[in-house]
Design a protein around this ligand. Structure first.
Ligand code: UD1
Ligand code: CA
Length: 453
């Protein structure tokens, strides 16, 4: 199979500097969705037809399995496919897709491909209550004879509700000769791909039609309103996939997955969570409302409370995170680690059963097991020029409002008194305090206000 993806349209109605097919759907360019679908079909070759100014498209998505054909200026869908023909091989079947029809599904296309052969052209059609604007499928005695564009249709032909989605599969050798014979003597002065249907019929090929699994698969995007509509459809489909697989999604309309989310058994996701990149939630993970989780692996039974932001992080099992926790790239948490409200962790390893429950910054640190990090603790990892590591060994207790000025090491079982500014290593097993001694001044009187005369 050879796949040809048409992506030369300008997309002026997007009102954006970004080319239409690069507009993101679930954080991935629309064209990226189509290319991944083509890859899932195991196409032998994928040719993308791009247009004037489309170099940005090519740069954004180029890959070894893609070939690029330039169409400049665009002169119709038939002209667009023509540009790809030097890059496809005779004897195979060509599948035509569109860079702005991103939700087209693999099973639908497999059925379409199964209907195509060197004797059959397969068309994907849908029936619409209001077919305005689309090419109409014209049949005689039930058999497709041609497609007529809206602008070229007679009033009777405009009554037809079966329309052309544009997606079709045709034998390459024939397609090549049909395209060479296209004319632009029509209402729009364009080379219509749809004119090949009548040519196929004239040569005695059968034109078969299939319909998509879901109507939404064939929707195209011309403006941001349609893009937003497709985003919702796509998100609803993802949520459906999760709930079908046994995930508890409290409200499927308030979930956004922009990447791949893999869940174990008995995972629960509360409202307004966003998952980005590659996220894995193991068995029994619960994610509270309004969390953003990006590129993370979360261990079994871990609970992430509301308003937490988790990024490039690995968490072990049964951790208790948030509310309002933030983990940044390079965070690795062991088992049963607790991070409470307003705790930020970056590029740090925190081992099993350690806790930082309130208001702390842990950056560039290696924290052992069963460590208690008190409220207001700060690893001072940056001197304004360079960053240094803080090492806290097992069973350390760090009192509240402590600053650890890195590089510094706290020995196993050590205790740091509240308010300590640690600038030298603290020995194992001992109490280290850096506070000035507390004094009380007997008989001290508060100043009194001097009365103005
Ligand atoms: C086309 C079909 C119509 C179908 C409709 C479905 C033709 C002649 N008509 O109409 O039967 O019902 O799609 O949406 O094929 N493109 C290029 N280069 C071009 C022209 C178009 O790459 O020169 C791309 C566009 O970027 C777009 C797609 O082809 O992705 C369809 O083009 P569009 O102008 O929207 O086609 P329609 O006239 O709507
Ligand atoms: Ca269109």
């Amino acid at each position: 199979m050879e796949v040809i993806v048409l992506a030369a349209g300008q997309g002026k109605r997007m009102r954006s500097v970004l080319p239409k097919v690069l507009q993101p759907l679930a954080a991935k360019p629309m064209l990226g969705h189509v290319l991944d679908t083509a890859r899932a079909l195991e196409a032998r070759r994928i040719v993308v037809v791009y247009g004037h100014g489309g170099e940005v498209v090519r740069e954004a998505l180029d890959a070894p399995d893609l070939a690029w054909a330039r169409q400049d200026p665009p002169q119709g869908t038939g002209h667009a496919v023509q540009q790809a023909m030097p890059l496809v091989e005779d004897g195979d079947i060509a599948l035509i897709l569109y860079g702005d029809v991103p939700l087209i599904g693999v099973p639908t296309l497999q059925r379409l491909m199964a209907a195509a052969s060197d004797r059959q052209l397969a068309l994907l059609t849908v029936n619409m209550d209001d077919p305005t604007g689309y090419g109409r499928i014209i049949r005689e005695a039930g058999k497709v004879t041609c497609i007529v564009e809206e602008k070229d249709a007679t009033p009777e032909q405009r009554q037809v509700q079966e329309v052309n989605t544009g997606i079709l599969a045709a034998p390459v050798t024939r397609l090549r000769s049909w395209l060479a014979n296209l004319k632009n003597d029509n209402a729009q002065g364009e080379y219509y791909l749809t004119d090949i249907i009548a040519m196929a019929v004239a040569e005695g090929l059968e034109v078969v039609t299939t319909q998509p699994d879901a109507f939404e698969e064939t929707l195209g995007v011309n403006n941001k309103t349609q893009l937003a509509e497709l985003e919702r459809i796509h998100q609803r489909n993802i949520a459906r996939g999760l709930t079908d697989a046994g995930v508890t999604v409290i409200d499927p309309a308030r979930l956004d997955v922009r990447g791949t989310l893999t869940c174990g058994r008995d995972v629960e996701i509360d409202v307004n969570c966003v998952f980005e990149g590659k996220v894995e939630l193991a068995d029994g993970v619960r994610v509270g409302a309004n969390c953003v989780i990006r590129n993370a692996t979360i261990g079994a039974g871990t609970r992430i409370a509301p308003f937490s932001l988790i990024e490039d992080t690995t968490m072990g099992p049964v951790c208790v995170i948030g509310p309002y926790a933030r983990t940044r790239p390079g965070t690795v948490l062991g088992e049963d680690v607790h991070l409470g409200n307003f705790v930020e962790v970056k590029n740090s390893v925190i081992a099993n059963h350690s806790k930082a429950n309130h208001l702390a910054y842990v950056g560039d640190a290696d924290i052992g097991q069963r460590v208690n990090v008190g409220a207001g603790t700060i690893t001072c990892n940056y001197d304004g020029a360079n960053k240094f590591r803080t090492v806290i060994e097992d069973d350390v207790f760090i009192g509240s409002d402590t600053q650890l000025v890195a590089p510094v090491r706290v020995g196993k079982g050590a205790t740091l008194g509240a308010g300590t500014t640690l600038s030298k290593d603290a020995p194992a097993g001992e109490l280290t305090v850096s506070r000035a001694k507390q004094v009380s001044i007997p008989g001290w009187k508060r100043p009194v206000k001097v009365k103005k005369a």
